[in-house]
Design a protein. Structure first.
Length: 370
């Protein structure tokens, strides 16, 4: 069977919507004091145990949610490539990914920076704001995905035969999955010796890239071997339990050792090593379970979720404006961090998907796949 066959998978639509909402939740939590960088943070932030708890939640999210986006994108990519051919596929990627990326870097990101400065009462020289502040922000994902997909095109252009999808290949064995975790963890530890978590180049944190690359390649392998068609919740349950155990174990290890002077983001120390080895356990366990669970309980066609999934890309592009704007309101209304988290999440998700749906009624926007 050729990977070019076009089939609709409702559970992947629902999973993409879930992950988009998780991105909004993640950035909202950072805005109220959880670990991480963001455009604008409220003046009333978590502290003490609340901050520690939410930073742990951010670490859990970081371990899998963007890597799973890469996996899904890679899984959908070969069929599109085979249907369109190399030239049309590249043009499609440059339009669908490249144009929104450039718009965000040169227009939306500077505009958001200027709006935040204006809200804070800082004099804004709008010409200077738009001449500078050219960064991808959350669109680092789109930039990275575009590079990954162009590299796939180069690979497929060198390989003239069309790879078949195997209907009999076994799911990854325990040995395969453990090997993947070990390779990802050791590679991340090594990369973070030079590029610790938090250090970035043009918005790209290379300390997280081993899992992004690994999950993207796993997505391509999943197509070739028909893994998603045969996976079941029972296959994923044990790995999910392992991830839960790892969360508790790492939290205990961190609080017992965080005053040792070792640096979690990277370096030749036990904290950095434990963090690097912890992430792939969570990535595999949670991603595997989500894919299997959504397939088991969310694979019925649903017009509402299909529409949300179609709007999810535009929502991802625009969500910084809705998160920042809702955080402004939460601060203006005197909301504390927990109350603000709930308000901003709901407001940003509803307004983000709502406005994106309206924008996507423009024929050209729909035609270009935005």
């Amino acid at each position: 069977m050729s990977p070019a066959a076009k089939t609709y998978y409702p559970y992947l639509d629902k999973l993409r919507v879930f992950l988009t909402c998780l991105v909004i939740f993640h950035h909202t939590a950072v805005a109220f004091g959880a670990s991480g960088g963001w455009y604008y943070k409220s003046s009333d932030l978590w502290s003490g145990w609340s901050q520690g708890l939410m930073s742990l939640v951010m670490g859990i999210d970081q371990s899998y949610f963007m890597a799973l986006f890469f996996f899904i994108s890679a899984w959908l990519m070969p069929a599109s490539f085979e249907r369109k051919g190399a030239g049309a596929f590249v043009r499609d990627r440059l339009v669908r990914l490249g144009i929104p990326l450039l718009i965000f870097i040169f227009l939306l990101n500077p505009a958001l920076v200027g709006i935040i400065r204006f809200y804070k009462g800082v004099p804004v020289d709008w010409v200077q704001v738009f001449l500078h502040n050219h960064y991808p922000g959350p669109m680092w994902f789109v930039l990275t995905l575009l590079v990954f997909e162009l590299l796939y095109v180069a690979y497929r252009s060198c390989r003239k035969t069309v790879p078949d999808v195997s209907a009999t290949a076994a799911l990854p064995s325990v040995r395969d999955i453990v090997a993947f975790m070990l390779v990802m963890g050791l590679t991340a530890f090594a990369v973070r010796l030079a590029c610790p978590v938090g250090k970035n180049w043009f918005g790209l944190q290379f300390g997280f890239f081993p899992l992004y690359v690994g999950m993207f390649l796993a997505g391509v392998a999943a197509v070739r071997n028909g893994w998603l068609e045969r996976m079941r919740v029972r296959n994923a349950a044990g790995w999910f339990v392992l991830a839960l155990v790892a969360i508790v174990a790492f939290a205990a290890f961190y609080f017992a050792n965080h005053t040792s002077g070792d640096l979690l983001p990277g370096g030749w120390n036990r904290m950095a090593f434990a963090y690097a080895m912890w992430e792939p356990i969570l990535c595999v366990g949670i991603s595997y379970f989500l894919l299997a669970a959504f397939k088991r309980w969310g694979n019925e066609a649903d017009r509402f979720f299909r529409a949300l999934a179609a709007d999810s890309y535009m929502t991802y592009v625009l969500h910084p404006f809705f998160v920042v704007g809702s955080t402004f309101l939460a601060r203006h209304w005197g909301m504390g961090p927990w109350e603000g988290l709930a308000f901003v999440c709901v407001a940003a998700i509803v307004s983000g998907f709502g406005v994106s749906h309206l924008i996507r009624k423009i024929p050209a926007v729909r035609r270009w796949g935005w």
